[in-house]
Design a protein around this ligand. Structure first.
Ligand SMILES: Nc1ncnc2c1ncn2[C@@H]1O[C@H](COP(=O)(O)OP(=O)(O)O)[C@@H](O)[C@H]1O
Ligand SMILES: [Mg+2]
Length: 291
């Protein structure tokens, strides 16, 4: 039986996961094409396709994950789960439907009536990452300028933009990593001085969390379930007495700070391996029952 990480790029997290020595099995890094060449029914694949650096969509390869599943490979973070995380419009709809707290979000496209949201709001790409092209607007003039500044990008032409209610920034957020319905790691991200966005790519720093708040964990687990993800990073912003989910990271990047009490990489590798084996054994039982 083979365990594969399906990705376009060997990121540090993909390499750390692939380096975990499991009992009798390792997760091997493969492109979607390589996976189609070698994986067979009963093997296991974890989708690690990411948002494109151009922000105009996702890595090519969802089609391969679908083909692998049809062939009998157990696919974790399957195409619906990856889309549910990477497409922030879909994330918003899925979270709302599941009753998970999330700021109100509107879709803006050329040729469609523009929403008139209550300010302040944030303008962002539908497939975004690294805090790129995320604009905060306190006045309608700023909203019009932000939309005008992105109008000619390929990502806006392809997907439009999202306008989202601003959750009053507190200078930090909490990222909780959920694997198969369990919290396996978390970290606070502190925004850089003078920066309201918490992204590490924008100078934010990680601070270890000894014990993530229980209410945040419950919300993060509900958010992961809402999109059907096996492994996801859930970003939560403090909101009054509780938390609101801002986004889900389907190809979450991890460091050892996420689980100061253990090893987040080997924990994830073993939780996912166990789930895949349970799914395979369930399949065998069902097949036996039918026969
Ligand atoms: N609606 C919002 N309310 C408050 N802060 C926000 C909001 N949207 C984005 N931010 C800030 O901007 C950062 C980047 O936005 P996010 O939606 O997570 O996009 P990205 O995928 O680029 O990280 C967040 O980490 C957060 O600090
Ligand atoms: Mg983010």
């Amino acid at each position: 039986m083979q365990f594969a990480l399906i990705a376009r790029r060997p990121t540090p997290t993909n390499e750390e996961l692939a380096a975990v020595a499991g009992p009798g099995s390792r997760w091997e890094l493969m492109t979607p094409e390589e996976a189609l060449d070698v994986l067979v029914a009963g093997d296991v694949a974890l989708g690690r396709l990411d948002v494109l650096p151009t922000l105009d969509g996702m890595d090519d390869g969802l089609w391969a994950l679908g083909a692998l599943a049809a062939r009998g490979v157990v696919v974790l973070n399957d195409p619906p789960a990856l889309l549910g995380a990477h497409d922030k419009l879909l994330t918003s709809r899925l979270l709302r439907r599941a009753g998970v707290p999330h700021p109100q979000t509107w879709h803006v496209r050329d040729g469609r009536p523009a929403p008139v949201p209550r300010l302040p709001v944030v303008v962002k790409p539908r497939f975004g990452s690294w805090g790129s092209e995320v604009h905060r607007c306190a006045e309608y003039g700023e909203l019009h300028s932000a939309l005008a500044s992105v109008r000619d990008t390929t990502w806006f032409t392809r997907h439009g933009a999202l306008v989202q209610e601003l959750v009053t920034p507190s200078g930090y957020d909490l990222r909780i990593v959920v694997a198969e319905g369990r919290v396996v790691g978390s970290v606070f991200r502190i925004a850089a001085p003078g920066e309201w966005r918490t992204n590490v790519a924008l100078g934010g720093v990680r601070r270890a969390v000894t014990q993530p708040p229980l209410d945040a964990c419950t919300i993060a687990i509900a958010a992961a379930a809402a999109i059907g993800a096996s492994l996801v990073g859930v970003d939560l912003l403090p909101d009054g007495e509780s938390w609101t989910v801002l986004e889900l990271n389907g190809a979450v990047e991890l460091t050892h700070e996420y689980a100061p009490w253990g090893d987040v990489f080997s924990e994830i590798a073993s939780v996912l391996r166990r789930t895949a084996l349970e799914r395979l054994s369930l399949r065998t039982h069902l097949a036996r029952d039918i026969a």
